[in-house]
Design a protein around this ligand. Structure first.
Ligand code: SAM
Length: 356
């Protein structure tokens, strides 16, 4: 089946990388048909149920849509009339225009006109508040003009993808899971969205054993737990060890174990499928001024011993640490890297590693 995925545009590479990692974890083989800013068109070799599963746990994917047809803004009405809407809509529905960029589109008029036509064709009522189906017209492939100063401006679109909404991100999840709402909070807690993305980049799937050896308040494992996994946490600080226990239990998880250990001498009973971690950076009191790079190398050497042969590690680090240097003397290799600009003086690098 053909799907259109609407990605967050807050980062250039992470949203697509997360989507591809999750597809791989679910053993869905995608063919990338087209890509535009914030939009990926895919052919996938699976059924709707599996696509719904795909959409359930993604940090940087906003919507997954079933592709019905593709056309141009000029040919939209003609294309809409060729579709047998009775086969697609069996209950209340609404039509929504989604603009990917700043091109001008008369949204209200298009929604009204296309909605009117579809209503006649499928004989189903429109419901703006509680529609069972949402038909989304995705305006993409921006049409640009360049002015005399060589500045580009989006004026319209070259393409409209006619789709039906399959699944959209539940924004409440990230809102409800904000770190300060947990029983134990510490300012260094990672945002739930990035934590989930890292869990996906570590290829976590249902039934896995997942380790965060720098667990802090447990933010990464709280996201990993949503996949019905066994959670293994560890931290050097007693308060973090206690705090993570409190936070994981508060989320309703029971299948977890928390250790109070220095990662460099990590001793856990489990061999894990995946590791997602956010080690400290800079000269913090916790590090006691010790060289961050050295800590990272020693941590990776210790963690690798507890990782299954086909396991993945996803780790965050600051831009001023050369991860190639860190990894050089470990039995690990870098698979991919992504950058997230946090503020003027800090960019976080997200690195995915596997055994050599
Ligand atoms: C950036 S914080 C992790 C935040 C966490 N991801 C969260 O959401 O709360 C880094 C953590 O690493 C821990 N840490 C520092 N050095 C460590 C070491 N050598 N072994 C294990 N944990 C260590 C710190 O106590 C701190 O809790």
């Amino acid at each position: 089946m053909e799907i259109t995925v609407i990605l967050s545009q807050e980062n250039d590479t992470l949203p697509k990388a997360e989507l591809l990692a999750r597809l791989k974890t679910l053993e869905i083989c995608p063919d990338i048909l087209n890509e535009y800013p914030g939009v990926v068109e895919l052919e996938v070799d699976c059924d709707k149920e599996k696509v719904m599963e795909l959409g359930l746990h993604l940090g940087y994917t906003h919507e997954i849509l079933l592709t019905i047809d593709k056309t141009t803004p000029d040919d939209l009405s003609e294309s809409i009339e060729k579709i047998s809407w009775k086969d697609i809509i069996d209950d209340t529905f609404k039509v929504r225009v989604k603009r990917m960029g700043n091109g001008e589109v008369d949204k209200d008029k298009i929604e009204r006109n296309i909605g009117g036509y579809i209503k006649q064709d499928c004989q189903m009522p429109v419901s703006l508040d509680n529609a069972a189906h949402t038909i989304k017209l995705v305006y993409t492939n921006p049409k640009t003009v360049t002015n005399e100063f060589k500045e580009e401006r989006v004026v319209g679109y070259n393409k409209v993808i006619i789709t039906k909404l399959l699944i959209e991100q539940d924004k409440r999840h990230f809102f409800d899971n904000k770190p300060h709402k947990r029983p134990y909070f510490h300012p260094g807690s990672m945002s739930p969205k990035l934590a989930l993305c890292m869990v996906n980049l570590a290829h976590v799937k249902e039934g896995d054993i997942v380790l965060d050896p720098f667990c802090g308040t447990g933010g990464i494992l709280i996201e990993a737990g949503e996949f019905n996994t066994t959670l293994i946490a560890s931290d050097l600080e007693k308060c973090m060890y206690e705090g993570t226990k409190l936070n994981l239990a508060h989320e309703g998880f029971t299948d977890f174990k928390v250790y109070w250990e220095d990662v460099r001498k990590l001793e856990i009973d489990e061999t894990v499928d995946a590791v997602a971690m956010d080690p400290p950076y800079g000269i913090s009191t916790t590090l006691g001024g010790e060289d961050t790079k050295k800590l990272y190398t020693e941590a990776l050497i210790a963690i690798e011993k507890h990782l299954k042969d086909d396991g993945h590690i996803c780790m965050a680090s600051p831009h001023y640490i050369d991860m190639n240097e860190v990894v050089k003397n470990t039995p690990l290799k870098i698979l991919e890297q992504h950058a997230i600009r946090m503020h003027k003086s800090l960019t976080r690098i997200i690195t995915v590693l596997a055994k050599k």
